[in-house]
Design a binder for this molecule. Structure first.
Ligand code: THU
Length: 137
């Protein structure tokens, strides 16, 4: 279970997600998403969506950031913040839920947007009955 974040740490994580959306490469959807993760070490990493002219290869912000944290040597995801440029908050897509599950099955997930709505949930609530590493022989 992830430890609860202090209000300051939470604000920093949310701000990092919003800042990361500035780096989004989204010329096709024009939907610029940013995400930030607090990894097991306590360090914060961020990511943005990276689209491709071959549309099926577009990568969501959440997956970019999980891969970035892993590539930096992290092994555990404890808190994820997602920012979308929308009036209401949106939760990670199914593919990203599955990828987060691999490293943070009980991660806390905070979704923020341009409006005042925020969603605070957990990965296991978003992906009940997930298939994970423990299901393999
Ligand atoms: N996108 C994300 O980055 N995260 C999500 O959770 C949903 C969608 C991106 C993918 C694509 O670049 C754009 O938003 C439109 O779907």
């Amino acid at each position: 279970m992830p430890s609860s974040l202090s209000p300051t740490a939470r604000r920093r994580l949310e701000a990092a997600a919003k800042t990361a959306s500035r780096h989004a490469y989204a010329p096709y959807s024009r939907f610029r998403v940013g995400a930030a993760v607090r990894a097991g070490s306590g360090k914060v990493y961020s990511g943005c969506n990276v689209e491709n002219a071959s549309y099926g290869l577009c990568n969501c912000a959440e997956r970019t950031l999980v891969f970035t944290a892993l590539a930096a040597g992290e092994t555990e995801i404890t808190h994820v913040a997602v920012y979308t440029p929308t009036p209401t908050a949106t939760t990670p897509c199914g593919a990203c839920r599955q990828v987060i599950n691999e490293f943070g099955p009980y991660a806390s997930v905070i979704c923020v947007c341009d409006g005042s709505e925020r969603i605070e949930t957990t990965l296991d609530a978003l992906l009940p009955g997930a298939f994970g590493p423990g299901n393999l022989l």
